[in-house]
Design a protein around this ligand. Structure first.
Ligand code: GLN
Length: 510
């Protein structure tokens, strides 16, 4: 919780994370909270402005979600977006009805001279997505902008209540950013003080205060979140942080070495390297079912981590790289209660390990975590790595997992990734890797018949990983990769390229 920021109350719009990010990009801290927050709880945040998000409900329905009426009397400027505007109208005595036809897509906005529209050109494009419309504005409100068929923006300048029927947060709304900027600076008088440099400094102080001279342990995977988390905590408490790195035998080529070099040697962190390859692979012997693989690996991981943690006497805190989207996902807007469900971090460590939790990244979006990492001096290459799944290569080796399979796949994968870097394609791809298929086919090498396995190259472009397009590489590039893999990796005699999108396929193979 931070004071003097913007609070966004969540009515379930698919864009509510975007609103939060837009405000932060402007240098002001913003937080998404459930719409049913109590006035007392809200007061603790001392917000300088409130944004009511859009949402799927209609305000005239019986159980329509509403904010507590006292929030309207707190004297804080409020900007309602779509459902949020309709709610402001409804709760202030105006009327909202279902329209004859829905308005979805682009519209041209006629604006009047108003602080909310400072530097907003007339006739610019805005993005609409609604069925309901305002048929009577409440007393005190006036129309401040219009499109062809709706009351597009309204204001009560006395109370500082504003409503936009369109979505300023999406990029299709040409001057939407400007309107959000006008609201937070001209109307709410926010200060620009949200930067990763400030955040790092503040958080380091807070960690010192919270932890004192107690000890902290952290499961370091080499991924962005756990790495940034580790470096941040290390800056705060130095050797009182111990990281545990578990080599499952299912990691990428040289992963362990790279992590030890970067974080152990370069950053001088205490890292316990646990070589658990045999344990994991023995356990996976004969297992072909993807879900069973995941369960076994998750279970083993917890066991190994627990054993190591127990050896380390006196650790009080468990640090985790939980980030804001994980937290937001667990805000249940339909629960009706005010509690935010606790999130189980992706690493899969259960709450019951008996530690106090330290989650210094839980307010940050992924791109903010990366910026923070750069701020802390972590090499760009480590920060902009593609995501890597917890079960590792086990879900990229279709069917049974063995050490020779993992070794083959590691080599093929490393060649693919190296060539992506060589051709300046790595950063243009959201996730790329090789998979191993459990089949054999005939080939010929040096006049000798081969009967070996194929690898499949998978590369996708996506902004949110919910949907994804396969990345269309040039034939030249694919040929370079295919030639290198078949030449350099014994056991592979064929290379496929996966041209399936998500959906219908998933990004990973199992
Ligand atoms: N459900 C409301 C409508 O249809 C609000 C939609 C929204 O917020 N996008 O008008």
């Amino acid at each position: 919780m931070r004071k003097n920021s913007i609070v966004i109350l969540d009515f379930g719009s698919q864009y509510n994370q975007l609103i939060t990010r837009r405000v932060r990009e402007l240098g002001v801290y913003a937080e998404l909270l459930p719409y049913h927050i109590s006035p007392e709880e809200l007061k603790k945040h001392e917000p300088l402005g409130i944004i009511l998000s859009g949402g799927p409900a209609s305000v005239y329905m019986d159980n329509a979600p509403k904010i507590h009426a006292d929030i309207l009397a707190m004297g804080i400027p409020i900007l309602g977006i779509c459902y949020g505007m309709q709610l402001l109208v409804h709760m202030n005595g105006g009327e909202v009805e279902q329209a004859d036809k829905q308005e979805f897509g682009k519209a041209k906005l006629q604006v009047s001279a108003h602080p909310l529209f400072k530097d907003v050109e007339n006739n610019s494009t805005v993005w609409m997505s609604h069925n309901d419309h305002v048929t009577k504005t409440p007393a005190g409100f006036q129309g401040i902008a219009s499109t062809n068929n709706s009351n597009a923006a309204i204001a009560d300048d006395q109370k500082k209540f504003y409503g936009l029927q369109f979505h300023p947060e999406v990029t299709h709304s040409q001057h939407g950013h400007k309107m959000i900027e006008n609201f937070i600076f001209n109307i709410c008088s926010c200060n620009k003080n949200w930067s990763m440099a400030n955040y790092a400094e503040e958080t380091i102080q807070n960690i010192r205060k919270t932890v004192g001279d107690q000890k902290v342990i952290l499961g370091l995977s080499g991924g962005v979140d756990s790495s940034v988390c580790a470096v941040l905590i290390h800056k705060a408490i130095g050797d009182n942080l111990t990281c545990i790195f578990v080599d499952t035998g299912l990691l990428r080529l040289n992963e362990g070495k790279q992590v030890m070099e970067t974080y152990g040697e370069h950053f001088h962190m205490n890292i316990i390297y646990v070589d658990a390859e045999e344990r994991f692979l023995t356990h996976l012997k004969g297992v072909k079912d993807p879900e069973q693989k995941r369960k076994l690996i998750g279970g083993d991981f917890i066991e190994v981590f627990k054993e190591e943690a127990e050896k380390l006497k006196g650790a009080e805190f468990l640090a985790q790289g939980t980030i804001y989207p994980d937290v937001i996902e667990s805000i249940s807007i339909n629960s009706g209660g005010t509690t935010i469900k606790s999130h189980h971090n992706v690493g899969g460590l259960p709450e019951k390990l008996g530690f106090k939790l330290l989650e210094p990244l839980r307010n940050l979006f992924k791109d903010e975590v990366r910026k923070l990492g750069e701020e802390l001096g972590i090499e760009r290459k480590m920060i902009y790595r593609h995501p890597f799944p917890g079960p590792g290569l086990a879900i990229r080796i279709i069917g049974e997992v063995t050490k020779p399979y993992a070794d083959i796949l590691r080599k093929a994968d490393a060649i693919f990734i190296e060539e992506l870097y060589n051709h300046d394609l790595y950063d243009k791809t959201s996730q790329a890797f090789a998979g191993l298929l459990p089949i054999h086919s005939v080939g010929v090498m040096g006049d000798i018949r081969t009967y070996e396995q194929p690898v499949v190259l998978r590369a996708v472009s996506t902004s949110d990983f919910m949907t994804a397009h396969f990345t269309p590489f040039s034939n030249e590039f694919l040929e370079i990769v295919s030639t290198r893999i078949t030449n350099e990796v014994k056991g592979i005699n064929r290379v496929f390229f996966d041209i399936t999108n998500k959906p219908p396929a998933t990004i990973e193979y199992e």
